[in-house]
Design a protein around this ligand. Sequence first.
Ligand code: FPP
Length: 253
Amino acid sequence: MAAASASDVTNVVSGQQPGLSHVAIIMDGNGRWAKARGLPRAAGHERGVEALRRTVEAAGEIGIRYLTVFSFSTENWRRPAAEVNALFGLLKAYVQRDLARLTREGVRIRIIGQREGLPADVAALVDKAERTTADNSKFFLTIAFNYGGREEIARAARRMALAVEAGELKPDEIDETRLGHFLDTDMLPDPDLLIRTSGEYRLSNFLLWQCAYAELVFMDVLWPDFDRASLEEALAKYQERERRFGAVSPGAY
Ligand code: FPP
C-alpha cells in the first residue's frame, strides 16, 4: 500500500476529502508486547512511551496539528496497584524529561480526564506542563489520563446544571455546541481519524462524543512497535474513505 506523506496530508487538506487535522490514538497492546518477550507489563508501557515520542515527532513532520492519545482510562484503576503506579511514574517521567524540548518545539500539552483522584505530585506536574506550554500553538498534544468518555459527558452535564442553577445558562441554550464547550476537549476540533492498535475493535470509552464522525482505523501492530510507517499506513487508509457526515455521495442521484 502506498504510504501517505506530508504532501498527501496536504492533498487531504486541500482536496475533496475534508481536512485531516486531528488524529486520536488508543495505544493498545503494551502488555501483550511485554508478555511475548517474557518481560513485565511495565516494560511494555515503557516502550509505549518511546512509541509515543516517535509518533509525536512523525505527526508533526507529516503536518498533523492535533494528536490525542489514551494513556490511562478511568477503568484502568482495576489493574494491580504496581501497574497503575508504573503508569503514573511514566507520565511523570515523560513530562519531566520531555517538557523543555516540547516547549521549545511549540507543542501545547493538555491532559484531559478527571484531575481529582490523581496523586498530588502527578497533578502538580500535569498543571505545570499545561501552564508552561499554554502559549504554544504549533502542535497540540493531548494526553487522556484518568479519562473516560461517559465520565467526561456526565461531568459536563453536572457543570451545565450548576450554570443553570446559578442563572448563567438557560436550559433552552443547551445544544451540541454549548455542551461541547463544557467538555475537556473544548478548543480542540473533533478527531478526523481514530487509530486503535493491537487488533482490538472497540472504542473503550475514548472520546465518545468527539468521535461521532471520526474515521476508525484498527491495526494489528502492538503499540510499542508503532512507528512513522504505521502512522502513514493509517493515513493511507483514511484517504481511501469517503466522509459523508450523513449526506450522500456526489452523483448518488
Ligand atoms: C494499553 O495496553 C495501554 C495502556 C493501558 C497504557 C498506555 C500507556 C502508554 C502507551 C505509556 C504511557 C504514556 C504516558 C505519556 C504516560 P494494555 O496494557 O492494555 O496492553 P494489553 O491489551 O496487551 O494487555
